[in-house]
Design a protein around this ligand. Structure first.
Ligand code: FNR
Length: 191
């Protein structure tokens, strides 16, 4: 069995982020065919195209981290019906310099948690639009809009509700299959 290396982004910088808690659950529940590693975005400066010729070390590290994985997973909050600026900033760095878009042909999936009933659905639509422009093949289904209710997850990411755990396991299995399918037709060496 092949194990795919998957880098994940947490769109929130908050120490108490519910999306970080969700990411801990995903790490716990990932199938053996998937190994999840965080790609940090916290220390990135704001993107400035004047630096395209001399990327700061944090941005180079981001691009190297994306290059080292076979797929990426976005775990994002919804801020004002879109994605947080910190996450958009990371994607902007990853997409540049022109002609060296790190997300091109990189399989991706999106998930997010909110206390609200629509569970980041609008932010995810925005993110999917951005990832389309970045030419990242995206998993369309399973969609995962997580309503974060008190007690649903322990702080270290244990899921307390069986149906949620089954759903997250299924989501990750589907993503794993999706990655395998994409890499079959788009082997990284030809990307
Ligand atoms: C929010 N929140 C929010 N929730 C939502 O469902 N839709 C939204 O558009 C917004 N907008 C929004 C804007 C800003 C600036 C903040 C700080 C918050 C609430 C949000 O879902 C909640 O704070 C989550 O806990 C944020 O996720 P993290 O940071 O805990 O992972």
């Amino acid at each position: 069995m092949t194990t795919h290396e998957v880098g994940y982004f947490v769109g929130s910088l908050s120490e108490e982020s519910i999306n970080r808690t969700l990411s801990k659950s995903l790490v716990r529940l990932a199938p053996p065919s998937m190994h999840l590693t965080e790609i940090p975005i916290r220390d990135l400066p704001l993107y400035n195209r004047d630096l395209d010729g001399a990327f700061p070390a944090e941005a180079t590290a981001l691009k190297d981290a994306i290059a080292s994985v076979q797929a990426v997973l976005f775990v994002t909050p919804e801020y004002n019906r879109s994605i947080p600026g910190a996450l958009k900033n990371a994607i902007d760095w990853a997409s540049r310099p022109w002609g060296q878009n790190s997300l091109a042909r990189k399989p991706s999936a999106v998930i997010g948690a909110s206390p609200g009933a629509i569970g980041t659905a609008v932010a995810q639509q925005h993110l999917k639009s951005i990832l389309s422009f970045c030419n990242s093949p995206q998993m369309n289904a399973v969609e995962a809009y997580i309503q974060f209710k008190p007690g649903l997850f322990t702080p270290d990411g244990e899921v307390t509700d069986e149906s949620t755990e089954v759903f997250l396991r299924d989501y990750l299995e589907e993503f794993s299959s999706f990655i395998a399918r994409v890499l079959t037709v788009l082997p990284p060496e030809e990307a």
